[in-house]
Design a protein around this ligand. Structure first.
Ligand code: NAG
Ligand code: NAG
Ligand code: NAG
Length: 279
């Protein structure tokens, strides 16, 4: 079922982004500097608002792996001045993975605050993404938003998603056609456990896939609800051109590893074998 969602989402995404400039993602510019981004709260509405939830223990509110690169990917495609990147400010400790739903309440609250704020920008289109504990945060934040605000989110990507199994390979109460869950083969956090192996740290390779997926959703939405004239600093995003090759779709984890010991409860934090418990 998860495979179907991934393949369906990817094929739709690939079809939709066939109008993006060819070499956009090959540029090696970096616009997302440092570990922090507050571009929505500091500078206000932009045509595209990108909200990111980092993984456990990553620095700042962007982290230093997938987050800054995905931000830069969107900026490469749409122009740096057209994207407001905003990280969710939350302390993502190992222990906070054990909150019900996999993320701490204050982080969920902050992400909802940010998406609700973004939705007050009349002409902006919102995309969101999260990694690991940040993926759980993304599930919990988005499912609790009003339908009106959900409708303003045109695409969501999660990486190494700790809620993949629990939520049936989707974000509950949110359009599966706007959701891409990326799980490496063998990443056990995608199968309902918190056992972390090296594949859980190997998600940067999916950044182009995610950037093109979100770009496809943005352009598909813009075809129905165009950005008003003058919104874009560089109105070049609809120039038809061939796409660079898109990596093969991810292989989601398959079976639930029933032989693993039961997960520790929040009361049991500290007692599990922490050599395998590091998200
Ligand atoms: C899914 O989204 C794409 C745009 O990204 C759209 O073309 C397609 O019609 C949608 N499919 C469904 C079933 O809504
Ligand atoms: C936007 O610009 C295009 C091309 O310059 C023009 O055809 C169109 O009428 C404009 N739309 C609005 C709402 O101003
Ligand atoms: C597209 O961008 C190029 C520079 O990259 C610029 O010369 C050109 O005028 C832009 N096209 C439009 C329609 O603004």
């Amino acid at each position: 079922m998860i495979t179907t969602i991934l393949l369906l989402a990817l094929s739709i995404g690939i079809a939709a982004v066939s109008s993006l400039p060819a070499s956009s993602l090959q540029a090696r510019q970096t616009w997302t500097l440092g570990y922090w981004a507050h571009e929505l709260t500091d500078f206000g509405c932009k045509p595209i608002i990108f909200i990111w939830a980092k993984a456990t223990i990553e620095p700042g509110n962007m982290g230093n792996t997938v987050g800054p690169r995905l931000s830069d990917g969107l900026k490469a495609l749409f122009g740096p001045a057209n994207v407001a990147t905003q990280g969710v400010d939350y302390w993502g400790f190992i222990e906070t993975n054990f909150y019900p739903g996999g993320a701490p309440p204050w982080g969920i609250f902050d992400m909802q605050l940010l998406v609700n704020a973004a939705a007050t920008c009349p002409d902006s289109k919102i995309v969101a993404a999260g990694y690991s504990q940040g993926a759980a945060l993304t599930h919990r934040a988005i499912e609790g938003l009003s339908q009106e605000v959900k409708d303003r989110i045109v695409g969501v990507v999660t990486f190494g998603d700790t809620q993949t199994l629990q939520d049936g390979g989707r974000i509950k109460d949110f359009d599966t056609n706007r959701t891409l869950i990326i799980c490496n083969s063998g990443d056990l956090v995608c199968t309902g456990t918190l056992y972390v192996f090296p594949v859980h740290f190997d998600y940067v390779k999916w950044v182009p896939t995610a950037a093109y997926y979100l770009a496809g959703k943005l352009l598909a939405d813009a075809a129905v609800r165009p950005w008003p004239n003058g919104s874009f600093v560089f109105p070049n995003v609809t120039v038809p051109a061939p796409l660079p090759p898109i990596p093969p779709p991810p292989q989601p984890s398959t079976a639930i590893p029933m032989s693993l010991p039961p997960l520790p409860t929040p009361d049991g934090i500290g007692s599990p074998d922490t050599s395998a418990l590091f998200i």
